[in-house]
Design a protein around this ligand. Structure first.
Ligand code: GLA
Length: 738
């Protein structure tokens, strides 16, 4: 891991054993981008780049010189205002109203410590890292710009962020300050991204890059289920297993944009950061504004390689080190078991069954506070509802602990219902224009977390509950997006609302974790509506989706795994008919899908048959025996539910060390008169000998990976002897090295 800086050519070459990242100072002092990809041995020869030619109808920077135009350069952090017309990274307004900016290289610094970004989550700099900070200046404007690059010893990853300081004597207005920009010499890519909505989060879409700008983003106040803050550019020939791909993720939970723009030369610009739409930040004299961090990942081993690097990066650099290697607790959540209709007896009965079956954590969901008997009331009144729980959370958590279970509690601290003391006493704390109607979502309104006093007030209420109970786990929910984005505090600075909001959310996370360092927070946003690296900085796991139907979960978990590790993905077995899609599937299928995540149950255990309980006991024992492999093994996607006839999904985990591998194979619908199929596991030792749960005698790793495992059709239309015939089938194949 090193930085080579060539003084003469002014070229920076950041590298580790996997990658090289190369950029340099251009003739006009701006930074030009040269290369990001597989490791290249230096020196990096770019002198011939300088021999630019006259391109005809182009605008040039120097008089009587037709050789230098930013239009045809690959740029590192493009400024708006001169000869480059593509999406800029920085767009400001000065006191004259001018938008022209010109940041030129001044100096650079190399440090071994990974800097933090004040108020924002970012990679932690665990292990060996190297950080390069390049300072640029626009002296006329009175501003300096610091671009920060960190490279990590074992990962093909570069993280980047930008920091603007007003060094002048008048305020500046920031319209756009992106986290990163990466220009490529070609556009031979497909775009891959994760789109969706509530109960259909992070579905995979792949399409060829075309001329012009194609972008994803959010303007909802949360990263959202509509688009996830992740995009990959994959070479056309890139599959799950081979080929080149680049990933870009943001460590941010608010409004974002990620865009790929192909220019007339067929070159591609990839950029990401805070969404400039609805963003405008006044930077007064002496003040600093930092962009969120962007994570650039490179793979030459296909999309699985890209995902595995991201999984490792999130586990090692984003999630707090105190959770490293953590064996997520198997939980029971009462939401789909009771909804709002519960009392202490009911909860205790569920907890008792759970404890007997081997569950480890009981999570009390929505409905324990205020007058919360439906979603019309209660949010904002964070005191216990004594009608439901006469002994309070203190007594309940004690009783749950006495059963040998940990205790978890649900909150939704960013929201308020109208019929609460909080709403009545402080209507100005609610986001919205007082002169216009406010839209509701699930009968609730969003608190203005950009106001420090709001964060204080919610914190004070929450600690009254948490201080007087023993809460091991907090489920932090967020069930609607911002509308009528207006803060009575901000006056003309409304463009700051969304970013200030998310800074307030991060501040409350920080304060709660400081006060309760042992408590684990699960993030949730009506399921996966804020499933991003920003959240994982605070909360090591998230509720993946409110959709717990096993068939729908194949797509959701497959897509989510593209950018996030299994340990972060909450996956529960729920009742049938399923509450979201009314589908009935076997208990086996529901568990076979949920094992590939942070496992739990969300159903009324007191209503199950003796047979079902026996099966659940076995499932829990199986998960416990293989938990480390599921949560921390290497995950491979094998067959996509988004491709082909979309009927088969397959994936696989390989334990650290490779001794055990578990392959999940899922068939949605039975097909008539089907022949044999094969499935080829990956990630095995070709020379190793393996015992396979569905084969009679051991075989070699090379046999398994090349010939594969023959799969009997679920139902061939003639005879049906297997119990597991028909629709909605799954098989788990255990592959053990001998
Ligand atoms: C959201 C969450 C659910 C549950 C409910 C409670 O929808 O995603 O898991 O907590 O809120 O109201």
């Amino acid at each position: 891991m090193k930085l080579d800086f060539d003084k003469e050519s002014q070229i920076f070459h950041l590298s580790n054993t996997h990658i090289s990242y190369v950029f340099g100072v251009l003739r006009n002092g701006h930074l030009g981008h040269y290369y990001y990809g597989s490791k290249i041995d230096g020196p990096f020869q770019v002198a011939y780049f300088r021999k630019a030619v006259n391109r005809g109808l182009t605008n040039y920077l120097y008089e009587d010189d037709f050789s230098f135009s930013l239009s045809h350069e690959r740029l590192e952090y493009p400024c708006f205002g001169t000869t480059d017309y593509r999406m800029p990274a920085i767009h400001l307004r000065d006191k004259k109203g001018s938008n022209v900016v010109d940041f030129k290289y001044v100096s650079h610094l190399v440090i071994s410590e990974k800097p933090e970004i004040t108020g924002l989550p970012c990679a932690r700099g665990m292990g060996e890292t190297l950080t390069l900070i390049v300072t640029l200046e626009d002296s006329l404007l009175g501003a300096t710009l610091e671009l920060t690059y960190t490279i990590y010893s074992e990962l093909p990853v570069i993280t980047r962020s930008a920091r603007l300081k007003n060094t002048g004597d008048h305020p500046l207005v920031i319209h756009q300050l992106l986290s990163m920009n990466l220009d490529f010499y070609d556009s031979d890519f497909d775009v891959i991204h994760l789109h969706g909505d509530w109960i259909k989060e992070r579905h995979v879409e792949r399409f060829p890059l075309h001329y012009g700008l194609q972008s994803i983003g959010s303007s909802r106040g949360a990263s959202s289920a509509i688009h996830n803050p992740f995009m990959a550019l994959a070479r056309k020939a890139c599959t799950e297993h081979v080929g080149e791909a680049y990933g870009i993720s943001l460590v941010y939970s608010g409004n974002f944009t990620i865009g790929a723009e192909v220019d007339s030369d067929g070159h591609t610009r990839l950029s990401a950061g805070i969404n400039p739409f609805q963003f405008q930040w006044t930077l007064n004299e002496g003040e600093v504004f930092s962009s969120p961090e962007a994570v650039l990942t490179y793979s030459n081993t296909g999309l699985n390689g890209l995902s595995q690097s991201l999984h490792r990066f999130i586990t090692d650099q984003i999630i707090h080190p105190k959770y490293k290697g953590r064996l997520n607790q198997i939980l029971i959540n009462n939401w789909e078991a009771t909804y709002f209709d519960f009392n202490e007896q009911k909860l205790m009965a569920i907890a008792k069954e759970a404890s007997a079956l081997g569950v480890e954590l009981f999570v009390l969901d929505d409905g324990w506070f205020g007058r919360r008997n439906s979603d019309r009331a209660g949010l904002g009144d964070w005191y216990v509802n004594l009608e439901k729980l006469p002994g309070g959370i203190g007594q309940l958590s004690k009783a749950v602990h006495e059963m040998g279970l940990k205790f978890g509690l649900w909150i939704e601290p960013e929201m308020v219902n109208k019929d609460t003391a909080l709403f009545k006493s402080h209507p100005e704390w609610v986001i919205g224009d007082p002169e216009r109607p406010r839209s509701h979502g699930r009968n609730q309104f969003v608190l203005d977390y950009g106001r420090p006093e709001v964060v204080d007030a919610i914190y004070e209420q929450l600690i009254q509950v948490l201080d007087h109970a023993s809460v091991d786990y907090l489920k932090w929910d967020m069930n609607r997006n911002i509308t009528e984005a207006f803060s009575t505090l901000l006056g003309e600075r409304q463009g700051e609302l969304y970013h200030r909001y998310i800074l307030g959310v991060y501040a409350l996370y920080t304060r709660l974790l400081a006060r309760y360092p042992e408590m684990i927070i699960e993030s949730c946003a009506a399921g996966g509506g804020r499933f991003d690296m920003g959240m994982f900085y605070y909360a090591p796991q998230a509720w993946t989706s409110d959709n717990s139907d096993a068939v729908e979960r194949l797509k959701i978990q497959y897509g989510t795994s593209m950018a996030y590790p299994l340990s972060a993905m909450g996956a529960h077995v729920t009742a049938i008919p399923n509450h979201q899609v009314k589908r009935s599937t076997s208990l086996k299928l529901r568990a076979d899908v949920a094992y590939f995540g942070s496992f739990g149950y969300e159903l009324d255990l007191t209503k199950l048959s003796v047979e079902d309980k026996a099966e659940i006991r076995e499932q829990i024992a199986f998960y416990k025996a293989n938990r480390e492999t599921f949560l921390h093994g290497d995950f491979y996607r094998l067959i996509s539910p988004f491709e082909g006839d979309r009927n088969i999904t397959a994936w696989q985990v390989v334990s650290k060390g490779g001794l055990r591998s578990i392959l999940g194979y899922y068939q949605v619908l039975a097909k008539p008169n089907e022949g044999l199929k094969t499935i080829k596991p990956v990630g095995l030792n070709p020379h190793g000998r393996y015992r396979v749960s569905c084969m009679e005698s051991p075989v070699s790793g090379s046999f398994l990976m090349n010939f594969g495992i023959l799969m009997k059709p679920a139902f061939n239309g003639i005879e049906s002897t297997e119990v597991h015939d028909g629709d909605y089938q799954s098989r788990l194949i255990l592959i053990d090295q001998i």
